[in-house]
Design a binder for this molecule. Structure first.
Ligand code: HEM
Length: 492
């Protein structure tokens, strides 16, 4: 009797469980993009872990088998990856609005922050206001021009510091990162935040670096979103701690400016105060300028120097152009950059081969939509594989080679209209810092090339320089570049 009852219970509950599963988890009638083999609960993790390569290379390889739009389920988290120019155009142009949401990284899900975030929020009215302020005021041509002498001064300080280190082995990214923080500090609130030497250091560099490292650490909740509230690895808690410590570093600056604000806006803080932003909003926006602005630019500069060292003939061409346009004993100014086409081609070629954000920032479908004949259900995460696109042999001749010349005759620019080349993204979420980055990065690289010749430690030859990639929040060279400066231009 009991057996019969148990059997009937089982017969009733199994279909119920299947029905619930299909209703809750299985999108019906969806023609989802092709996927590598996927199993319940683990998804395509074996296909990803089976490769010993970093994620951007594994996904580039998988796309060769599964196509330009592929579905990769990591644990239980479905992610659609777009890996060709046409797929990127569909995601970032044709379906820009539907796919413009953000998938917030689990470690950055700090309530107070995300509410006011520019980077992680959907395209809300506040986000639109912030983008407008960024375009028309904070990074407007007028503001950038007004701040030009400060940026040149900050790069001059870097050059002076490096002169004193002539003949020493240096990890160049450390000082470039500090210089970028100072440039950003002056864009944000007209102050330096990094000192070349321990006694001048206020701790901003280490806090920002720690925050980026913690944020980039693998978080099990990315694979099993249901675990997110538990913060099992304590990553969100540690991020929140660094955020509150870094906020304290500019607390008094904001307070003083609230009392003494007057005249035309001269930096980001003035613009935010003029538009009625409160302290919490200001903290979030400062952090979202220091964070994405420093790490991406620093990685790009390091790659550019590494490529030029590895390619002495290209380095010689950059030097020759600088000697002609700037003069052999003068310092580079931002106003020289438009007259330096070969340098600009080197910058583009660096960002093509080594995009600092190889998947852009993660997008999210805000509504279900059809892309290239496949369905992308609401809330699915989307990655645009800029790394694969910018090395696609269908678009680029000898795609793995550093050939700046290819950009001399090309129309390709950073503006997101040329879908083979999207280091800053495209569409409504295109990088807001692009006008600043495209001034600062060539200024720093050209100043380093013009003022110094560089050699590698231990007598290593240029062709022996390893160009291994490491993907954390940005795509970085691994190990960090160490070089020895030799002064070319005596004191100006
Ligand atoms: C080499 C330098 C840089 C690169 C390669 C870069 C790249 C990117 C990319 C790929 C995106 C995402 C686009 C998308 O999701 O479709 C982005 C977004 C963003 N970037 Fe940059 N970036 C750089 C420098 C900067 C700088 C200097 C700042 C600030 C001063 C900045 C601030 C931001 C912000 C706030 C966003 C989020 C925009 C939004 O979601 O609406 N970036 N950047």
């Amino acid at each position: 009797m009991e057996a019969v009852a148990a059997l009937s219970l089982l017969c009733c509950t199994i279909p119920l469980i299947i029905l619930l599963y299909l209703l809750l988890f299985k999108p019906k009638h969806y023609n989802l993009p092709p996927s590598p083999p996927s199993w319940p609960l683990i998804g395509s993790i074996p296909a990803i872990l089976g490769s010993d390569k970093p994620l951007h290379l594994t996904l580039t390889d998988l796309a060769k088998t599964h196509g330009p739009l592929m579905l990769v389920t990591l644990g239980t988290a479905p992610t659609v990856v777009a890996s060709t120019r046409d797929a990127a155009m569909e995601v970032l142009k044709s379906h820009d609005k539907s796919l413009s949401g953000r998938h917030i990284r689990m470690s950055f899900r700090i309530k107070e922050m995300n509410k006011h975030s520019l980077v992680w929020s959907n395209c809300t009215d506040t986000w639109k206001l912030l983008r407008r302020l960024a375009r028309t005021e904070i990074f407007s041509p007028k503001m950038l021009q007004n701040q030009e002498p400060v940026r040149e001064r900050k790069v001059g300080e870097l050059v002076e510091f490096l002169r004193e280190k002539e003949g020493k082995v240096l990890m160049i990214s450390e000082f470039v990162f500090g210089t970028l923080l100072n440039i950003l500090g002056n864009v944000i609130f007209s102050k330096d935040v990094f000192g070349y030497g321990e006694k001048n250091e206020i701790g901003m560099q280490s806090l920002i670096k720690e925050l980026l490292v913690i944020g980039a650490s693998p978080n099990v909740a990315e694979f099993y979103p249901v675990l997110e509230p538990l913060d099992l690895q304590g990553l969100r808690r540690r991020c929140a701690d660094r955020v509150s410590r870094v906020n304290k570093l500019w607390e008094s600056t904001v307070k003083e400016r609230r009392i003494s604000r007057s005249g035309d806006p001269k930096d980001m803080l003035d613009v935010l105060l003029d538009n009625g932003f409160d302290d919490v909003q200001i903290n979030v926006l400062f952090l979202e300028t220091f964070g994405p602005g420093s790490e991406t630019s620093s990685a790009t500069i390091e790659w550019a120097i590494a490529e030029l060292i590895r390619n002495p003939d290209k380095l010689a061409k950059v030097r020759q152009e600088l000697d002609q346009v700037v003069g052999p004993t003068s310092q580079v100014k931002e106003s020289h950059i438009p007259q330096l086409p070969y340098l600009q081609a080197c910058m583009k070629e660096t960002m093509r081969l080594h995009p600092a954000a190889p998947f852009l920032l993660p997008h999210r479908a805000v509504e279900t939509c059809q892309v290239m004949g496949y369905t992308i259900p609401k809330d699915y995460q989307l990655l645009v594989n800029a790394y694969a696109i910018q090395r696609d042999p269908n678009s680029w001749k000898e795609p793995s080679k550093f050939m700046p010349e290819r950009f001399l005759e090309s129309e390709a620019d950073y503006n997101g209209n040329y879908f083979d080349f999207i280091p800053f993204g495209s569409g409504r979420r295109i990088c807001i810092g692009m006008p600043l980055a495209t001034r600062t990065i060539p200024l720093i690289v050209s100043s380093l090339v013009h003022n110094f010749s560089w050699s590698l430690p231990d007598g290593k030859r240029p062709e022996e320089l390893a160009m291994n990639e490491m993907l954390s929040l940005s795509l970085a060279i691994d190990p960090s570049l160490t070089i020895i400066p030799k002064v070319r231009i005596p004191h100006a």
